[in-house]
Structure formats: structure tokens, C-alpha cells
Design a protein around this ligand. Structure first.
Ligand SMILES: Nc1ncnc2c1ncn2[C@@H]1O[C@H](COP(=O)(O)OP(=O)(O)OP(=O)(O)O)[C@@H](O)[C@H]1O
Ligand SMILES: [Mg+2]
Length: 186
């Protein structure tokens, strides 16, 4: 199983989401971004400007420009595109989808950092207006992602830590769980 997490827009959550999914799935993690993943996921994570295709790996990509990204996107079993709710992020996401869907149709859009009930639907409607048959998921704004990168614990591990964390991360964990189940089943 090869899973790519990509959006040319920065700050949408690619790295924390890629890390958590990789750790919970027991997969390798490769990134061409500068990040802390090698130190928090030793032996399993690698930062490289030219990523290699390996089985059971999550790829964290900032865009297509770097060499080696396109072949990996082509063979990915799923391509996860996180987007935040702001206008600029939605525009970049529409561009990203347009570029990728010509060679990979297994796209999943993940609306991140939602703050109120209507955010998810608003972003979903804005993106759906341009495309048919996209699948959408939501991950609400949460400190869990910052904590995850700081502690090196996946979202599931953080959630399971204490009764307090189970309470604090309940909603976002449930949302994350449905994403995890999707990729477990792939
Ligand atoms: N629901 C959420 N999903 C993802 N990130 C979230 C969420 N809520 C809050 N965040 C925070 O948003 C930030 C997004 O992560 P980050 O900036 O690493 O994204 P990125 O897409 O990897 O960016 P870059 O392209 O710069 O590498 C993090 O600080 C994270 O803690
Ligand atoms: Mg990143």
C-alpha cells in the first residue's frame, strides 16, 4: 500500500497527518519537506529530495516540482489531499486536484482545521463545484496535531494516553479513525 499526502499549499496539515497515519499503519514515512519526522519516527522516516518507491509507505509531498514525486503519485493506492478552510487553500487545492486527477483517480479530500459545523460543508461545496465523485473527510482544528509532532506519538497513541486526552480529543479522534479505517481497508 502506497499512500501519498499532497497539496502545494503549505500549513494544511500534510506532515502531522502523514506522520500519524504512517505510525498507526506501521508504514514507512518519506518526506521531501524539512521536518522533524526523522527524529520522532526513527528507522521508519526519511527526508529526501528524491523519494524512492517503497511498499507500505506514506509520502508527505509539498508539490510536484521535485523529481521523483510524479512516479510515486502515479502508483499510489490512495492520494490524500488535505486542505484548510481559507479561500487561498481551497484555490490551491482545486489546482492540485486538477493536476493529479489526470493520472490518479483515487483521490480523497481532507478538510482540516475546521472550527464550526458549517466549515466542512462550505469547503466541500466549493471544491465539489469543480469535480465529480470526490470523497471528503474532516479533521477539526485541534492541538492534538501539534502535540503529536512534539511527542512523536500518533493521534491514536495520544488519544489512548489518559482519560483526559480521550475526552479532549474525542471528536477529532473519531474523525481521524474513519480515515485510518479507510486506509487499513485499502
Ligand atoms: N485538524 C488539523 N489537521 C492538521 N493540522 C492541524 C489540525 N489542527 C491544527 N493543526 C495544526 O496546523 C498545522 C499544520 O501543519 P503543517 O504546517 O506542518 O502543515 P504542512 O501541510 O505539512 O505544511 P508545509 O507545506 O509547510 O510542510 C500544525 O501546526 C498542526 O498542529
Ligand atoms: Mg509539511
Amino acid at each position: 500500500m502506497i499512500l501519498s499526502v499532497i497539496n502545494k499549499k503549505g500549513g494544511v496539515g500534510k506532515t502531522p497527518i502523514a506522520f500519524s497515519l504512517a505510525k498507526d499503519l506501521g508504514y514507512y514515512l518519506q518526506s521531501n519537506d524539512n521536518s522533524v519526522i526523522e527524529s520522532i519516527y526513527p528507522e521508519m522516516a526519511k527526508i529526501s529530495s528524491t523519494p524512492e518507491i517503497i511498499e507500505n509507505c506514506v509520502y508527505d509531498f509539498g508539490g510536484f516540482v521535485t523529481s521523483g514525486v510524479l512516479p510515486i503519485l502515479k502508483v499510489s493506492d490512495a492520494v490524500l489531499i488535505p486542505t484548510s478552510t481559507d479561500y487561498n487553500s481551497i484555490l490551491r487545492t482545486v489546482e492540485t486536484i486538477e493536476e493529479i486527477q489526470t493520472f490518479n483517480s483515487r483521490l480523497f479530500i481532507l478538510v482540516t482545521k475546521t472550527e464550526k459545523e458549517s466549515d466542512f460543508q462550505t469547503v466541500k461545496d466549493a471544491i465539489s463545484a469543480h469535480f465529480e465523485n470526490l470523497e471528503f473527510f474532516e479533521l477539526r482544528l485541534s492541538k492534538a496535531f501539534k502535540n503529536s509532532i512534539e511527542t512523536g506519538l500518533s493521534l491514536s497513541e495520544l488519544y489512548d494516553e489518559t482519560p483526559l486526552s480521550r475526552c479532549a480529543y474525542k471528536t477529532v479522534y473519531q474523525q481521524y479513525r474513519s480515515l485510518l479505517e479507510l486506509f487499513k481497508g485499502e
